[in-house]
Design a protein around this ligand. Structure first.
Ligand SMILES: [Ca+2]
Ligand SMILES: [Ca+2]
Ligand SMILES: [Ca+2]
Length: 499
């Protein structure tokens, strides 16, 4: 390992760059990045930041300002980062051509203790002037972000400017602020997501002249001036006004500077007052292309709609689920039933080669970069990947939970497996199996009561050996299985007959 690291240091030193590579091994090393914010850093192990709650008289970690270097996280975990400040994030702001990539945060706590502060686990403000090209890639954060009465607070990032590209990143957790992933976005966001709770009820600052009412809250981004592609939000979003499952307010400054959203979706449930939409609350003039929402939409005021609450932009090839949303109208987009939302033909013009996937009739469209959803095609509670009979609903007749309706031959196989696992002693194998085989022969001859008798004998023998030659757990399983078979056999008797 040491040789590799020396090699890396030498490679950087002799590659013509003036930058040195500094290894980050603990939380103090992480804090010391602020002393030389132009250098290249590499995290070389998981980092425990649980002591930061005691740092700086309770203010915690001090945000790293003006970072222009590179931080390579190598997917190591930074745990228990704590910051309680006016503006709060591991980085305060980024400049130049800063690069941050492959960092994971677990159990972060970010508290923005000011009305005008920005905040997010990774970054409070995304850029400074002049900045050229800032790259943030593959950042995962889990935690709680509390924003008081703020404008620019998001789970991962408070605010990013136009020079920032954020990709392959995700926040999971609770956000009291404007957006699940980002509070205000002017940059480029791609292949990213949010899952959790956004509570925007504390936003008290008027968003600006384009908005009729105060408050901006979105499941992904609160206030969007930038470009978003191939991203999604899940969870619940609650706010005052201008509330959307994906974006609260989609902004328009001029024809080249406006919020644009492509190939994205939200399943988040949304609650607000005025200007509430399953996807966007208030669209000042941005484009929304090839996108959809399915979450429930509730608002106690006006402009409460399926996809977009209020719209002054172009909504192209975009849809919402009229059943799950509880909304039949929208200021833009086309309403579809749940069945239609799970059919590829509904999504005319969408790119199912490079951007989207769908499990026809079973799932809403999902993004190509996502892991395919785990489905239960036959609805018996056993997911397809563990269901030996994925198109046979075995609910109520499936003692061994293999997804198949229990059968006599299935019982024989199960007994052999239990012997092999050692939870039934091998000397019992023949006697148990012969009872099942005899039951099978009787059932084949439609001698139902004889088959039932054999299964009852099996149950009696199992009970006699319970806790001795058959483990308690195996005995319960065999008896439940045999009782399922007995119930099925008795159903085959002509009505009025019994054994
Ligand atoms: Ca199933
Ligand atoms: Ca079964
Ligand atoms: Ca099944």
């Amino acid at each position: 390992m040491r040789q590799i690291l020396i090699f890396l240091v030498c490679t950087v030193l002799f590659s013509g760059s003036a930058m040195a590579l500094t290894l980050v091994e603990n939380c103090v090393d992480l804090q010391n990045i602020q002393n030389n914010p132009t250098e290249t850093y590499e995290i070389v192990n998981d980092i425990d930041c649980s002591d930061t709650i005691n740092w700086n008289s309770g203010s915690g970690f001090s945000p790293i300002g003006g970072f222009t270097g590179t931080l390579e996280g190598n997917n190591y975990v930074i745990s228990d980062l704590y910051i309680n400040r006016t503006s709060a994030g591991m980085f305060g702001y980024l400049c130049g051509s800063a690069i941050i990539r492959n960092v994971r945060f677990i159990n972060a706590t970010i508290i923005v203790d000011s009305v005008y502060g920005d905040g997010g686990v990774l970054l409070s403000e995304g850029g400074c002037v002049p900045a050229s090209n800032i790259i943030i890639d593959n950042i995962y954060a889990e935690g709680n972000v509390y924003g008081g009465a703020n404008e620019y607070v998001g789970g991962l990032i408070g605010r990013v400017n136009r020079e920032v590209t954020l990709s392959n990143s995700r926040f999971v957790g609770y956000v009291e602020g404007a957006g699940g992933l980002i509070g205000q976005n002017d940059g480029n966001v791609i292949n990213s997501s949010f899952n959790g709770i956004v509570n925007g009820t504390l936003i008290t600052i008027n968003a600006g002249p384009n908005y009729d009412k105060i408050g901006l809250t979105g499941g992904f981004i609160g206030w969007n001036f930038g470009t978003i592609r191939n991203s999604f939000s899940e969870g619940t979003v609650t706010g005052l006004n201008n509330v959307g499952g994906f974006v609260g307010g989609d902004e328009y400054v001029n024809e080249t500077w406006r919020g644009e959203i492509f190939d994205s979706y939200s399943t988040a449930d949304v609650t607000g007052l005025d200007y509430v939409g399953g996807f966007i609350g208030y669209n000042v003039g941005g484009d929304i292309v090839n996108s959809y929402s399915t979450g429930s939409v509730f608002g106690s005021g006006n402009y409460v709609e399926g996809l977009v609450g209020w719209n002054n932009g172009a909504i192209i090839n975009s849809y919402w689920d009229t059943e799950t949303s509880g909304q039949n109208t929208s200021a833009g987009g086309v309403g579809k039933t749940t069945v239609e939302m799970m059919q590829q033909t509904t999504f005319a013009g969408w790119d199912f080669a490079d951007s989207w996937r769908i499990e026809e009739g079973l799932s809403y469209p999902y993004l190509k970069w996502q892991t395919p959803p785990v489905l239960d095609s036959d609805g018996d509670g056993i997911n397809d990947d563990e269901d030996n009979c994925p198109l046979e609903n075995a609910l109520g007749f499936d003692a061994d939970l293999d997804g198949c309706i229990d059968t006599l031959s299935g019982l024989a196989e199960m007994l052999e497996a239990l012997v092999n696992e050692g939870v039934i002693e091998e000397e019992l194998q023949n006697s148990l199996l012969s009872k099942v085989e005899n039951a099978e022969k009787s059932a084949d001859k439609e001698n139902i009561c004889a088959a039932v008798n054999k299964l009852e004998a099996l149950i009696n023998q199992t009970n006699a050996q319970r806790g001795n030659k058959i483990s308690d757990e195996a005995a319960d399983l065999i008896i439940a299985y045999a009782n399922n078979l007995i119930a099925n056999l008795l159903n085959q008797l002509p009505s009025g007959e019994s054994c």
